[in-house]
Design a protein around this ligand. Structure first.
Ligand code: HEC
Ligand code: HEC
Length: 390
């Protein structure tokens, strides 16, 4: 089922290398880009410049696993029938203003998506890639177009999400959310599987209506995550009720390719097995600093404490063990995208329930290199939970 779906995506150009690969999460954005050129398939450093159309169709080398085409069709109904979170952008180059008037300039509008959803840096005006992407989108656009208006809805209450039809919800899910979460929410390299007890109606409603960086300068009222919000006219309240009804009874896939490879790796670094942990003194002024994880996804909670010059201990730690390549990251100023890993992939069947785990800094890092830690979903660049240590 999974591979059939992956192959289906080939026509979209979203996932050029994933077809027939059992673990799509191994294919990072670099490989996807390189797959455009058969000679370079295995060389992630030698990136072939992409055309404007490819910059629309494929993930960007300097970003996460999302492409513009993950979230925006050119026109609708889209050729593949999918209903993406963002509105179509075929006429966007000709619009007089963007983001409900908050942004006047086309490049600034695209940059807001690059920075807030794709975890990529903003394009400078003379950036070659910007020029190519702009020219491609301009070639799609008419002479003039009207500004788009859209409405970000507040997160609904549980009561407002009741009464949906699960069959209709499954159908809607498999033509919309499917772009990232996969068929029946089994998960892809763009977003985790969605099933199990941790899902509740309010969480689903909040993610659909108000997902996005809380630090957004473009949108008000977002509640975190790299999943995009769905404006009022992208999913109706009734469709959202249906999706909630579907997800609340959705069983985990029996053969989840995302989970198969990692179950055995996860014990190598943990506290139940102190072998292989180095001894590194307690001289640094940060020893003893601690913090409580804020929960963004997958039930992450607990505490992190610096116990010596190279070791972080997680206590009362909970995590449902799902996602797509999830690791403990350290960083300064919450910049986990520029941070470093302190663990193997943490996903495991059954998850973590109130456990104590220890992780060590890589040899080339010191406590000066972090002031916080995150349970970090690496391919997407999303924090499932993080905390400052103070
Ligand atoms: C993860 C999803 C996501 C990705 C990836 C993404 N966008 Fe967006 N984008 C949105 C959302 C949500 C909006 C808000 C407006 C809407 O609902 O269409 C938006 C708005 C826009 C707008 C402003 C529309 C308007 O007139 O107000 C433009 C232009 C745009 N995106 C272009 C792009 C381009 C080009 C890319 C690729 C470089 C891109 N986006 C990548 C989700 C995304
Ligand atoms: C552009 C990709 C994308 C699309 C489309 C998308 N999601 Fe997500 N979603 C994500 C990512 C990535 C995460 C995990 C990281 C985060 O929380 O931001 C996520 C997380 C979630 C979560 C939270 C899971 C948890 O463990 O807390 C829910 C619920 C969810 N999505 C529901 C939906 C529904 C319902 C739809 C369709 C209406 C949808 N998503 C469409 C990317 C997407």
């Amino acid at each position: 089922m999974r591979n059939v779906w992956m192959c289906g995506l080939l026509s979209l150009g979203l996932l050029l290398t994933a077809c027939g690969d059992d673990d799509a999460s191994k294919n990072n954005a670099n490989n996807v880009n390189n797959a455009n050129n058969a000679n370079n398939q295995n060389n992630a450093n030698n990136v072939i410049p992409m055309t404007g159309e490819e910059l629309y169709m494929l993930p960007h080398v300097d970003g996460n696993t999302f492409a513009c085409s993950t979230c925006h069709a050119i026109t609708e109904p889209a050729g593949d029938g999918f209903i993406r979170p963002g509105h179509p952008i075929g006429d966007a180059a000709a619009r007089p203003s963007y983001k409900n008037g908050a942004v006047a300039d086309f490049r600034a509008a695209v940059n807001s998506c690059r920075v807030e959803w794709m975890n990529a840096p903003a394009y400078e005006e003379d950036d070659e890639n910007w020029v190519m992407l702009r020219d491609f989108l301009s070639s799609q656009a008419p002479e003039t177009a009207e500004a788009l208006t859209f409405e970000i809805q507040p997160a609904p209450t549980a009561a407002e999400l009741e009464g949906g039809d699960m069959e209709a919800g499954k159908e809607f899910f498999n033509t919309s959310c499917v772009v990232c979460h996969g068929v029946d929410a089994a998960g892809t390299e763009r977003a985790p599987s969605l099933s199990g007890e941790f899902l509740d109606a309010e969480l689903i409603g909040r993610r659909v209506r108000t997902s996005g960086k809380t630090t957004s300068t473009t949108y008000d009222g977002l509640t975190g995550g790299v999943m995009p919000f769905w404006a009022a006219d992208r999913i109706s309240d009734e469709q959202l009720q249906d999706v909630v009804a579907f997800l609340l009874q959705n069983e985990p896939p029996e053969n989840n390719a995302n989970n198969t490879n990692n179950v055995n790796n996860t014990n190598t670094n943990n506290a139940n097995n102190n072998n292989g942990m180095r001894d590194c003194g307690t001289t640094h002024s940060k020893v003893g600093q601690t913090g409580a994880f804020s929960t963004f996804a997958h039930q992450v909670s607990g505490f992190a404490t610096i116990v010596d010059d190279c070791t972080i201990e997680l206590t009362n730690f909970f995590f449902d063990g799902q996602g797509i390549n999830v690791q403990l990251y350290g960083a300064l100023n919450g910049n986990y995208a520029g941070g470093f890993s302190m663990s193997e992939d943490l996903r495991q069947q059954g998850g973590y329930q109130d456990v104590t785990l220890r992780f060590q800094l890589p040899e080339d890092k010191t406590l000066d290199d972090l002031d916080g830690v995150s349970i970090w979903c690496v391919p997407v660049g999303a924090s499932f939970g993080d905390t400052l240590l103070e």
